[in-house]
Design a protein around this ligand. Structure first.
Ligand code: ADP
Ligand code: MG
Length: 542
């Protein structure tokens, strides 16, 4: 009898070899087509509506990729590289996807003609190595000595990161603001010490930077109006205590037989609350912030004693206040003493648009700042926040690695030239493969032109000629439909973006090329495909 060997579960879907590779490449191509048009200063935005009907307008590659519901396993790789680029450097997310897609597209004919994927992978790795060396050699280091020079450099990088976004009209205004925000941090540049708050209404230029912590006034009870709205040198009690009379109706049963007894229970409850309040008052705090609600009795009590209070403060704001002003978040009222209070020079409540904001300025401990964004629609503000996030990341990166390259396709054209020159010196299949990757790099300037409605072929010809003559920083001039020295034009990008984007794109391309078989097991509980009950009317015997 023949032994029965079952390797794979029934219903497993397999396909392998060259057709599988080509189909994976094609799947990636369609993902790339989805984000292609968003690249660059003249790129378009995408409006994505999710299953819950929430609309998002974005130009950011990573955001778009995250929102797309991608099921193809190979194409998901591209989502991952966009996400990792976003986490690592914060910008260049569209570029990385575009480059990976284009590398695959350029080597696809070779795969179809039967070149072994391993040879292709080797060529991509070699090309990547050459690119890295060239970027490191070309990157311009800006000396750190002069503060004003560093500022100018940072502002230019921030402006370039924002020039492709919805807020590009105001990029200089925001570039200053972002640089101020980042420079106000301490050396570690912790991202969570920059708060971003959004207030709808008003114009973008009304956005402001508050050095210190700011958050929206929380819900408050009557008695609040009497509380003072500003202090100098204030002491802040940070609490995680509910200062409210608890009505424990549901989970307690008390049997009383006369009114006096009942009164005692009520009094005891009030007494507990009053004890807590007295402890807080004794500590000398004049601002009380709590994560939990502060009720009407407590609000009135504090107001009578010239103390400002705010309950239901969002956790992240409370934490930021703690980091900035010192002190500790207390969970009981018993050990509140002056040394657990936070300090700050100025506290004020101010009107911003239709909202009231609590501002804490002159915080002694950590350096922190808050951006209060103004603008029309909700989605617009959200996209503004994402764009500022990109710019903030770029500024942080540039402070850490202070070398820049010219953007607008300049660096890609130069790398392409280097690869093409190298390919002429070698023989065999590798020559054609490296030349193909060189062509792949041209996608960035080409797409920048396409998105701006320029004649891409014409501009690319001019660029190739300029680079051959040694004009290494020549790239697309987006305002004049021409080419320009983008280093002179101050279209600067940190070299780390390009290094990261190229290596991530090359890695992703290699990974997709090294997969020649997908084995998909049927999900648990799902009927296997073969022999599944198909129902009547399908021409199958029942
Ligand atoms: P990504 O998500 O990859 O950052 P963007 O939409 O931000 O995509 O576009 C970035 C590209 O636009 C980069 O190649 C950059 O060099 C280019 N770019 C930005 N500003 C300009 C400009 N003023 N002129 C020409 N190209 C620019
Ligand atoms: Mg960008």
């Amino acid at each position: 009898m023949q032994p029965q060997i079952v390797l794979l579960k029934e219903g497993t879907d397999t396909s392998q070899g060259k057709p599988q590779l080509v189909s994976n490449i094609n799947a990636c191509q369609s993902i790339v087509d989805a984000v292609r048009t968003t690249l660059g200063p003249r790129g378009m935005d995408k409006l994505i509506v999710d299953a819950h009907g929430k609309a998002t307008i974005s130009n950011d590659g990573a955001t778009i990729m995250k929102l797309l519901d991608i099921v193809h396993p190979a194409a998901k790789t591209l989502v991952d590289i966009a996400k990792s680029q976003d986490a690592e450097v914060g910008d260049g997310t569209t570029s990385v996807v575009l480059l990976a897609g284009e590398f695959l597209k350029q080597v696809k004919p070779f795969v179809e003609d039967g070149v072994h994927p391993r040879i292709v992978i080797k060529a991509i790795r070699k090309a990547l190595q050459l690119c890295m060396d060239k970027i490191n050699e070309m990157a311009v280091h800006i000396e750190k000595q002069s503060k004003t020079e560093q500022r100018a450099l940072l502002e230019k990088c921030a402006a370039t990161a924002m020039s492709s976004k919805l807020i590009h009209q105001q990029k200089d205004f925001f570039a200053k603001m972002v640089v101020d925000a980042v420079l106000s941090l301490d050396e570690l540049l912790p991202l969570n010490m920059i708060g971003i708050k959004k207030v709808t209404g008003g114009s973008l230029e009304e956005s402001q930077l508050v050095s210190g912590v700011a958050f929206k006034k929380t819900f408050s009870y009557a008695g609040f109006e009497m509380a003072p709205k500003g202090y100098e040198n204030c002491k802040i009690a940070l609490l995680n205590i509910e200062l409210e009379l608890k009505a424990e109706r549901d989970n307690a049963e008390i049997r009383v037989d006369n009114v006096k007894e009942y009164q005692k229970v009520v009094d005891a409850e009030w007494q507990i609350l009053y004890n807590k309040l007295a402890k807080i008052h004794e500590s000398g705090a004049n601002v009380v912030l709590s994560k939990l609600p502060i009720g009407d009795v407590a609000t009135q009590y504090f107001a009578d004693r010239n103390i400002f209070c705010a309950g239901r403060v969002p956790e992240e704001d409370l934490k930021r206040t703690m980091k900035a002003c010192g002190g500790a978040v207390m969970t009981t009222a018993n050990d509140i003493s002056p040394n657990v209070l936070g300090l700050c020079e100025r506290f004020a409540e101010r009107q911003v648009g239709g909202e009231r904001f609590n501002l804490f300025q002159g915080c002694p401990n950590a350096k922190t700042s808050t951006l209060i964004l103004r603008g029309g629609a909700e989605q617009f503000l959200e996209e503004t926040e994402r764009s500022l996030h990109d710019a903030i990341m770029i500024v942080r990166r540039t402070i850490k690695h202070d070398s820049v390259v010219a953007g607008g396709g300049a660096i890609e054209m130069e790398l392409s030239k280097v690869l093409r020159d190298y390919s002429r010196t070698i023989a065999g299949k590798e020559q054609l493969l490296i030349a193909a990757i060189a062509k792949g790099l041209e996608i960035i300037p080409r797409q920048l032109c396409d998105n701006a409605g320029f004649d891409a072929t014409n501009i690319l010809n001019k660029l190739r000629q300029k680079h051959a003559q040694g004009g290494k920083w020549y790239g697309v001039d987006i305002t004049k439909e021409d080419i320009a020295d983008n280093y002179e034009q101050c279209v600067w990008e940190p070299s780390i973006i390009k290094i990261n984007a190229l290596s991530a794109a090359a890695e992703a391309a290699c990974m997709i090329l090294s997969v020649d078989e997908t084995i998909r097991s049927p999900k648990a509980g799902e009927a296997p495909m073969a022999g599944a009950p198909m129902g009547r009317g399908m021409g199958r015997p029942m």
